[in-house]
Design a protein around this ligand. Structure first.
Ligand code: SAH
Length: 228
């Protein structure tokens, strides 16, 4: 298991180097890599896929959803530049793996999942693994989680067609959001959204990615509208 984890870390490091011209660096923050090396990914994948838990790829977790690729988890975590006192919002809890990585780098993680069964499973899993600074919520992440806002960082782990307005509102000035944008099964880009101290928004594309869609039952099957 330890060897598998080391192999996964080495694969992330080499993919970071390989994508250096897109992501603008050839090494991620050592604190992020340390957190990646502390979370047992096999605890977050279905029992019949445990042998693949430390491969650098996404895996199905049921309900048509996936646990993200470790390289992407590390990259998105790095993009947030977390500090130990930070409060973070995650949209798309899924397996809880990304939440677990974040929880080692900040004070509190608030995470929202729309699929009730996944949300329930993950609450039990995170509790039994002792991740006590993660609070889970079942709901539509388009709305964020206003009760605990504003957040020092926001991470969206499903692809949205646009940046949801409530998430921009719930981001603290001087803070960052990582969010994949694009249509389902089409070209998507991982975006870094920065809100400066004056509250102005700056959006930069980091990398082409492939995420499951951020579902919004209010707009499902309707015109997706322009990307912005
Ligand atoms: N961060 C996860 C990746 C999960 S995949 C992990 O580490 O495993 C994306 C997740 O987003 C899925 O579980 C999906 O059900 C959830 N999701 C999709 N639309 C959502 C929405 N509107 N609000 C909250 N969660 C959503």
């Amino acid at each position: 298991m330890k060897n598998d984890l080391q192999r996964m870390i080495a694969e992330i490091e080499s993919e970071v180097k390989y994508t250096r011209s897109y992501i603008g660096k050839d090494k991620l923050d050592p604190r992020v890599m340390e957190a990646m090396s502390k979370v047992s990914r096999d605890e977050f994948v279905p029992s019949d896929l445990k042998r693949l838990a430390y491969d650098n790829g996404p895996l199905p977790i049921g309900h048509g959803q996936t646990i993200s690729q470790p390289y992407i988890v590390a990259l998105m975590t790095d993009m947030l530049q977390l500090e130990p006192e930070n409060i973070v919002l995650e949209i798309g809890t899924g397996s809880g793996y990304q939440s677990a990585v974040l929880s080692l780098l900040c004070k509190e993680v608030y995470t929202v999942e729309i699929v009730t069964e996944l949300g329930k499973e993950v609450a039990t899993r995170l509790k039994s693994l002792g991740y006590n600074n993660i609070k889970t919520h079942i709901g539509n992440g388009y709305d964020g989680w206003p009760e605990h806002a504003p957040y020092d960082a926001i991470i969206v782990t499903a692809a949205a067609t646009h940046i949801p307005e409530p998430l921009i509102e719930q981001l603290k000035p001087g803070s960052r959001m990582a969010i994949p944008l694009g249509l389902p099964h089409m070209h998507q880009e991982l975006m870094l959204v920065e809100k400066n101290d004056q509250g102005e928004i700056n959006v930069n594309s980091i990398l082409g990615v492939a995420f499951v869609p951020l579902v919004d039952e209010r707009t499902a099957n309707k015109d997706y509208g322009p990307l912005h």
